[in-house]
Design a protein. Structure first.
Length: 316
């Protein structure tokens, strides 16, 4: 079992399902919430066999995926009944997005030899998204399986004394290949039964992840519990007026995500190119929190950060 101090986990709503989720022995049913949790728990455990991510595994970058899954469940984004019975709706857009970030990494870990192969359960009935069926990975997700295999193989080969940032870069690369498929897939779908604004938020979140990935954003337990929780809405978004009821920090974050979603493709591509150029150096990546704030919420008090950002941008 993952060895982050139980009192720290016990303070989080992830704890109850984390300790009660079953061990996956022969079958992984990704349309059961507790099975996705169990898959993350197993991947976190097996990737720290040599203490690469610390004696208590708190530096494992896969923690963010578990936190995201719990947030999606808690807020009804995996389906209307998930909180009550654990069933994940295969037609829910967020649930499909998380599928690509749970089943596909698992298959990559299988191919890297770090977890034993399991039967992947088919979606229950017809679904509007393409899933692994009969053990066959959809063509559009096959490259992502390979990217995740490379990540897990890299973890397996990295000594405990090594710098972890190259691993984060490889992880984000694999992550992005999954979300690129998600963005393409949800581009023209009918958002019902969710509101159009909620689907816009999902599209914007996928774009925000491009910014995080370019910065090799930390996704370990400590960083996430300090900076990555309580930043997303605890409700499904029905209309823009809903934003007024959100806490200030969450409201500003959601507004930025929606703004990203509605930015034209050409403008978004240019802005992301500039951000990636800024994030070329370790020095810039080490102050990503400050620089990201300066990009999305320019104020008088972060003018110095914007000047430093310009310096990173213009550096040869």
């Amino acid at each position: 079992m993952t060895s982050v101090h139980p009192r720290e986990l016990a303070d989080l709503d992830l704890y109850a399902v984390w300790v009660s989720a079953p061990e996956l022995t022969d079958r992984f049913d990704p349309f059961r919430f507790e099975h996705r949790v169990a898959a993350y728990r197993r991947l976190i455990d097996v990737t720290n066999a040599g203490g690469l991510f610390g004696a208590d595994n708190r530096h494992n970058p896969l923690w963010a995926w578990a936190f995201q899954l719990q947030w999606q469940c808690r807020t009804g984004r995996l389906g209307s009944t998930t909180r009550a019975d654990g069933t994940i709706d295969p037609d829910a857009p967020w649930a499909y997005g998380n599928y690509t970030l749970s089943v596909i990494p698992w298959l990559g870990a299988e191919r890297a030899g770090v977890v034993a192969p399991l039967e992947i359960a088919d979606a229950p009935g017809a679904a509007r998204f393409r899933y692994v069926r009969g053990g066959v990975v959809p063509d559009e997700l096959a490259p992502s399986v390979e990217q995740w295999r490379r990540y897990f193989a890299m973890v397996d080969e990295t000594p405990a004394t090594a710098d972890s940032e190259p691993l984060r870069i490889a992880l984000w690369k694999a992550h992005k290949t999954c979300l690129d498929v998600v963005v393409t897939t949800i581009a023209g779908i009918d958002p019902a039964p969710y509101a159009p604004l909620e689907l816009t938020f999902l599209r914007g979140w996928c774009r925000m992840v491009d910014y995080l990935g370019a910065a090799a954003w930390r996704t370990d337990f400590g960083f996430m519990t300090e900076h990555g929780l309580d930043v997303l809405p605890e409700m499904l978004l029905e209309q823009h007026s809903d934003l007024h009821s959100l806490p200030d920090r969450v409201r500003r974050n959601v507004a930025n995500v929606i703004r990203l979603a509605t930015t034209s493709p050409r403008r978004y591509a240019l802005n992301l190119w500039l951000w990636r150029r800024i994030m070329r150096t370790r020095a810039a990546r080490d102050e990503v929190l400050t620089l990201l704030d300066a990009v999305f919420d320019p104020r008088r008090d972060n003018a110095a950060a914007r000047r430093r950002m310009l310096g990173h941008l213009l550096r040869p």
